[in-house]
Write a protein that binds this ligand. Structure first.
Ligand code: SF4
Length: 374
């Protein structure tokens, strides 16, 4: 089983926190989609003919793309890959792009899951982070998607945002609960250097939310969502039973996937490929019939560290017996580290499965790093 990710590298405007690859110059949408189609043809063997179980249009802003172009890509995928019967096809949509006409076209072409980039419902917060849409657009986009018949919706929310206090965060969660999406992805703001927020932070124009406030908002998030029947199945992801993201689970369980588009990366168990994160260079290269990527051959150390990094973020944790059997990885030299995690209620052992608690998941990246093979 494998996944296909298609990176659509265009946005209407740059959000102040965003570190993804995108361009606000949308004039090259048509040649870009041609280049992605070409990459798809060239890379069709990357996952070794495995059946595709999920397709994910991410970005950037896939909802900016003409529906006919999205349909062409899906038809091309069907032509070159064997598709699973319960194929999940997700499209990331920004609330301001969601119309009944687009929704009908998305459904007609087989898209059966939407991930809507709501982020917050307060206009002031959305303005502070430079989103294009307003709070009302967020609510309306979910209602329109329901009207169009979508029964698998995810919304993105953000916390630890400057200008959003605890009361506002609680208000956002309450609004989200009224909308009853099947899935919620809630991200803690991290300020990356090369973003507008990163520059403002360096210049002293922005004060980051302190760790205590961020931790309190995370705690509230987990409390509210679990009380409403969402499973906290990954640090930032919460789903109703039967509505976990198949595509993301494939990443976290280290399934194989092909990433298409500038900045996308792929994994087939032996190598990881990283496409150039530059629209023009990507298109120029594909015009010459060359996929512009760097190929990394993974070592045993990479496999162990990646398994720890992704596994500990999920509710399934890491199978330490499997790690030992597969790679000879043992924690003997780590001394009391694991018992201490358990004692501090950050982790528990279910047989040989190391699983982080909600509190532990907040520190998942640090804990994984502590366990990495050097
Ligand atoms: S819409 Fe998404 S990808 Fe585009 S700038 Fe904003 S956060 Fe980044």
């Amino acid at each position: 089983m494998a996944g296909i990710y298609i990176h659509i590298p265009f946005c209407k405007q740059a959000c102040h926190y965003c570190d993804f690859h995108f361009s606000t110059n949308t004039r090259t949408k048509v040649p870009m989609l041609q280049a992605i189609a070409e990459e798809l043809r060239l890379q069709k063997q990357y996952t070794g003919g495995a059946q595709v179980q999920s397709i994910y249009f991410g970005g950037g802003t896939p909802s900016l793309i003409e529906t006919t172009a999205l349909k062409t890509l899906l038809l091309l995928i069907a032509q070159h890959f064997s598709l699973g019967k319960d194929l999940e096809i997700t499209l990331e949509a920004n609330p301001d792009d969601v119309t009944l006409a687009k929704l009908a076209a998305w459904r007609e072409m087989g898209i059966n899951r939407l991930s809507i980039g709501v982020q917050a419902f307060q206009d002031s917060v959305l303005k502070d982070i430079n989103r294009v849409h307003n709070g009302q657009n967020g609510v309306a986009s979910v209602a329109l998607a329901r009207q169009a018949g979508f029964d698998n919706l995810s919304i993105d929310l953000m916390y630890a945002l400057p200008g959003m206090n605890q009361a506002m965060w609680e208000e956002n969660l309450a609004t989200a609960m009224q909308l009853q999406p099947e899935h919620i992805a809630a991200y803690c703001l991290t300020i990356e250097k090369r973003t507008v927020f990163g520059h403002w932070l360096a210049q002293g124009k922005l004060k980051a939310v302190d760790e205590e406030t961020a931790a309190k908002q995370y705690e509230t998030l987990v409390e509210v969502l679990t009380a409403h029947g969402y499973a906290h199945y990954e640090v930032s992801n919460f789903g109703k039973p039967g509505h976990f993201s198949q595509h993301n689970m494939n990443y976290w369980k280290r399934g194989h996937y092909l990433g298409l588009g500038p900045g996308a990366h792929s994994y087939n168990g032996a190598t990881r490929q990283h496409n150039v994160a530059n629209n023009q260079r990507y298109m120029d290269s594909l015009q010459r019939g060359v996929v512009p990527c760097t190929v990394e051959v993974l070592t045993t150390k990479d496999h162990i560290n990646e398994y720890l990094m992704t596994g500990l973020r999920t509710q399934w944790g890491c199978d330490m017996a499997w790690l030992k059997a597969q790679y000879g990885y043992t924690l003997a030299e780590e001394g009391n580290y694991l018992p201490q995690l358990v004692e501090r209620k950050l982790a528990l052992f279910n047989h040989h499965q190391l699983i982080l608690t909600s509190q532990g998941k907040l520190l998942a990246d640090q804990i994984a790093a502590d366990l990495f093979v050097a």
